[in-house]
Design a binder for this molecule. Structure first.
Ligand SMILES: [Zn+2]
Length: 270
């Protein structure tokens, strides 16, 4: 009997500790609050930015900000219209271009997005840049970092004290976050996202760039270029999972559905 009560309590905790990912509709485990995640990740982000060299390429920096803000605005308009404005209420979007020759970009929780100069060398239009930024905004909006911390917490503590975790365990969140957000030796170097999160960010990113009025077909040309130029990079954006071929095949499959379902957004200007 006691066992049944315990299992029921655990199920109840897991059910209440769920969050629905916008657009994909997937349920994710959510055992950490935004404020806990942001407290840890913002320190790491600020440290990274204080050491990074901001790009002096004014035109490209402005391009990153312009396209990024457009995608963020389209994303928030969609969330507001669908009763999900809570999802980004603690966000303060920032789009930075940083002097670094790697073909990379990354996102920290709360809408902090960094693009490296290297990746801009193979980008030939706002539409292609929107592929990169749509993908990174998608990681942020889908709260992949919160989910990753939640999963680690659940693994670390097991089900038995799941209830206690949700009540007060900010210290353990801090230590897990230090690992996930690279606090310590490697500022700004986050653990790579899982294959599941990468594919979801690709799919949601495709929708977000479409909603912002960019041409989603460019996702294919962009990833084809990445497969030529970036095959030896191990950074977040070029993580080996999924492979370029899997990624392109997935996007090819998604494209007709996205273009049909969200065609009305193509006329909206933000
Ligand atoms: Zn990613």
């Amino acid at each position: 009997m006691k066992k049944i009560i315990l299992i029921s309590a655990m199920i109840a905790v897991v059910l209440t500790a769920c969050n629905k990912v916008p657009i994909s509709g997937r349920n994710q485990l959510n055992l950490v609050s935004d404020s806990e995640v942001l407290q840890s990740s913002l320190a790491s982000y600020k440290e990274y930015m204080s050491k990074a060299t901001k790009s002096t390429q004014t035109v490209k920096s402005e391009q990153v900000t312009r396209v990024g803000r457009k995608i963020a605005a389209a994303t928030e308009a969609y969330l507001n219209a669908n009763g999900m404005s809570d999802q980004t209420k603690n966000f303060a979007w920032e789009f930075n271009l940083v002097k670094d020759s790697q073909l990379n970009a990354f996102c920290m929780p709360g809408g902090k997005i960094v693009v490296y100069e290297g990746i801009m060398n193979i980008i030939s239009s706002d539409d292609e840049l929107a592929v990169v930024l749509g993908h990174e905004v998608a990681h942020a909006v889908a709260k992949h970092s919160n989910e990753r911390l939640s999963n680690q917490k659940a693994l670390q503590y097991g089900g038995a004290i799941l209830g206690a975790i949700t009540q007060n365990a900010s210290q353990s969140t801090q230590s897990l976050a230090n690992t996930v957000f690279g606090l310590g030796a490697n500022y700004g170097v986050m653990l790579p996202f899982s294959r599941k999160h990468e594919t979801e960010a690709d799919n949601i990113g495709l929708v977000l760039m479409t909603m912002a009025g960019y041409n989603p077909d460019c996702a294919l040309s962009f990833w084809q270029k990445m497969s030529v130029y970036g095959s030896n990079t191990k950074a977040e954006f070029m993580s080996t999972h999924p492979s370029d071929a899997t990624r392109i095949a997935n996007l090819q499959k998604q494209l007709p559905q996205v273009k049909e379902k969200y065609k009305s957004y193509l006329k909206v200007k933000y």
